[in-house]
Design a protein around this ligand. Sequence first.
Ligand SMILES: NC(=O)c1ccc[n+]([C@@H]2O[C@H](COP(=O)([O-])OP(=O)(O)OC[C@H]3O[C@@H](n4cnc5c(N)ncnc54)[C@H](OP(=O)(O)O)[C@@H]3O)[C@@H](O)[C@H]2O)c1
Length: 367
Amino acid sequence: MWGWRHTRRERVTARPWCARKGTIVLPEHIHNEAELEDVLTRPSQALVELAKTLTSPLVVLGAGGKMGPSLAVLARRAAEAAGQSLDVVAVSRFRDEPVRQRLEANGVQTVSLDLLEARSLESLPDAENLIYLVGLKFGTSTNPAGTWAVNTLVPSRLLERYPQARVVALSTGNVYPLVEVRRGGSVETDPLTPHGEYANAAVGRERIFEYAAARQGTRVALLRLFYATELRYGVLVDLARKVQAGEAIPLATGYLNCIWLGDANDMTLRALRLAAAPPSVWNLCRPEMVSVRDAACRLGDLLGRRPLFTGAESPTALLGDPRRICGALGPPATDLATLLEWTARWVSHGGRDLGRPTHFEVRDGKY
Ligand SMILES: NC(=O)c1ccc[n+]([C@@H]2O[C@H](COP(=O)([O-])OP(=O)(O)OC[C@H]3O[C@@H](n4cnc5c(N)ncnc54)[C@H](OP(=O)(O)O)[C@@H]3O)[C@@H](O)[C@H]2O)c1
């Protein structure tokens, strides 16, 4: 089983900046939000190449959440680097108005609307390429009807509006049931038999995309994402903050998968070339299974704190095997050792927290 100790150390620590695999340049540390945003939105060469092929506009739906703002700016930067004239149109309710303003300041056009409103899609521009990020996860056990509406009605309307588009639609690893840790992560062909309203609505979301692909030929790539993490939120942040606060970390969910948000965004955009009818389906995360205990111990070393634990590792966990997407797009560029170091430093220096815990410890599907 792979934990952080087994990841290959590729970073050259003597220099403040270093090249990796000839395409991505990563800093030794990330000191502030401006640097963080810069790192998160730096396109890989492969993404720049893809951007050369995109017709304008690229429409990003559900762009006001945790992934969308950096993904939309990343797409803009890739187009600029490619010398491609590409409008990026970010669509969301933008309940967080400063997010909308920052997008506009970075050259992204924004459209504020509620995609559940009838006819809301009529005002959107025609487009060949869509990134679909709309979802509702937290609070869903108390609002199951709203959960199903957002996760199924919105894609249904969208696909009526854009029957000929190429769509990368974010799904989630939650569509799988818990699996035996010793067996390894779920693969894309495994049955989707999860627990809970959110996970089942996420299966419903996938089925709506499949239906549209079968009925009208819409080309779709479904990405089953496991824990995108950056420094203001994410599963490693949750662990680091518990270690720093001296809070016991529940171990029942003893293993997980994650990926740096910048890599998840870069691969999401590049997955446009994987869209197909019927939909292609891909697990999206780093290749190693992360041991919660090992990761917390490493964070403890970095933070100078001894982590506390409660319970013991269950034989099952929510895990995915991303070999297929790594084969198609190459593996995520940012290694786990670097993520742990960045996260520990950010938390120890009082970096901002979005206050959106992942609830990675939940095992009954109730979010
Ligand atoms: N982040 C992760 O680690 C992760 C892991 C697994 C799967 N995913 C999937 O990836 C997708 C994107 O992730 P995320 O973390 O960015 O999700 P998120 O933070 O929940 O963002 C989705 C955004 O969609 C917008 N939205 C929801 N309902 C809408 C409506 N009726 N009309 C217009 N906009 C609406 C909301 O932004 P406004 O408030 O601006 O409307 C919401 O913040 C989600 O679908 C999720 O299922 C994410």
